[in-house]
Design a binder for this molecule. Structure first.
Ligand code: UD1
Ligand code: UDP
Length: 369
């Protein structure tokens, strides 16, 4: 079974890496088509997991529009699928790379497996364009690898056949545990290098399109106020490379001494930061899934979430992006709520998602390699 994995952003690479490593260990013929929708942020991840793409489309341009990215990707992926004749294509999540990867596979009549299938907010503009990307990918895909039972239920509601939905847990936990197991010494070294062990800091990330402009600025103002009132607290914020995001963040926090603004850090470094943080504030999906494995409460800077499991399990709290609400939520984490949130268990998996996907594929394709 000749398989292509198509991905291009940082989170896709993190979530596909453990599956790729396991597929190789199992002798499966798998090739990576890296769209490089994120150039620098992708390369860091590939290096850490020692993955060399078979194809690199180098598609990223600064400030590219969604239609421009979509159309260039469609042509570039098609050229490769025409040469290679794959039997199966794997895509992950909800980016433009995953949607266009699956659409191009469809045009070439190649069946698609969707990793992290079934996430829904049921609002097509929230998150934008991810909610539409994952719905469209779900319509095209034959196999749906869902992280949780809830994701499976979402797919059933859309009339996906039950035999094609496989609940596996999220591969991000596989990735996190792989790094902790294989690179733990490096993580400890990073903590020493930054001298972060004894500092009390909140780790912040924020980049989603629906938060651009006012929402990001509101949150930055709330953080600024909190930092002024709490002398011992810092924030560490690896700011996404998107220029629109950077402008809003630097405008408000650029001159704040206790706001440590840095460029996106390598995954290894990010794990060290998560591990040492007091808690996390983010609009990221992957981070909400990783945080509970490390026992870190998470304040989710969004209006809706496709990951209600985290809220229900009590590891995360959905706080929106209004200045006052965000500030109050930070204050609340000074209470016993903190201990409760840090002790809740992880609803997103046990680190065996890749194994389950491979078991299914082996059975489905009758032991073909
Ligand atoms: C993309 C995905 C989003 C995913 C997010 C993860 C789409 C439409 N969006 O959003 O679903 O959650 O990645 O982070 O697929 N840039 C760089 N270097 C990089 C990465 C980005 O310079 O390594 C800059 C470029 O100016 C680029 C811009 O960021 O044009 C936006 O990148 P893009 O991939 O279009 O969107 P994201 O906001 O990163
Ligand atoms: N991450 C990283 N470096 C950073 C910030 C995040 O390696 O500076 C990792 C993080 O651990 C998680 C993933 O990137 O696994 C999340 O990516 P992002 O927030 O861009 O996307 P999303 O999860 O929202 O799709």
């Amino acid at each position: 079974m000749k398989t292509a994995m198509i991905f291009g952003t940082r989170p896709e690479a993190i979530k596909m890496a453990p599956l790729y490593i396991k597929m190789k260990e199992n002798g499966i013929d798998v090739k990576v088509i890296a769209t490089a929708q994120h150039r620098e942020m992708l390369d860091q991840v590939l290096e850490l997991f020692e993955i060399k793409p078979d194809y690199d489309l180098n598609i990223m341009k600064k400030n590219q529009s969604l239609p421009e990215l979509t159309s260039r990707l469609l042509i570039a992926i098609d050229e490769i699928l025409k040469i290679e004749k794959f039997d199966y294509v794997l895509v992950q999540g909800d980016t433009t790379s995953s949607f266009v990867g699956s659409l191009t596979a469809f045009y070439n009549k190649i069946p698609v497996g969707h990793v992290e299938a079934g996430l829904r907010t049921n609002d097509i503009y929230n998150p934008f364009p991810e909610e539409m990307n994952r719905r469209l990918t779900g319509t095209i895909a034959l196999h749906h690898f869902a992280s949780t039972q809830k994701a499976k239920e979402n797919l059933l509601k859309e009339n996906v056949e039950e035999k094609n939905i496989i609940v596996t847990g999220n591969t991000v936990i596989d990735a996190l545990l792989w790094v902790k197991q294989n690179k733990n010494k490096d993580i400890e070294k990073i903590k020493e290098k930054y001298n972060i062990k004894n500092k009390k800091f909140i780790l912040v990330t924020m980049h989603r399109r629906e938060n651009w402009g006012k929402p990001i600025e509101n949150v930055m103002k709330a953080i600024k106020r909190y930092l002024h009132e709490n002398e011992e607290m810092y924030i560490v914020f690896p700011v996404h490379l998107n220029p629109v995001v950077r402008e809003s963040v630097y405008k408000i926090l650029g001159n704040e001494e206790k706001a440590i603004l840095i460029d996106p850090v390598e995954y290894l470094e990010f794990i060290a930061l998560m591990d040492s943080s007091h808690y996390i504030m983010t609009d990221s999906g992957g981070i909400q899934e990783e945080a509970p494995t490390l026992g870190k409460p998470t304040l989710v800077l969004r209006k809706t979430t496709e990951r209600p499991e985290a809220i229900e399990a009590g590891t995360a709290k959905l706080i929106g992006t209004e200045e006052e609400t965000v500030y109050q939520a930070m204050k609340e984490l000074e209470t016993e709520q903190y201990t409760k949130m840090s002790k809740a268990s992880n609803p997103f998996g046990d680190g065996k998602a890749s194994e389950r996907i491979i078991e299914f594929l082996k059975e489905e394709f009758n032991g073909q390699k």
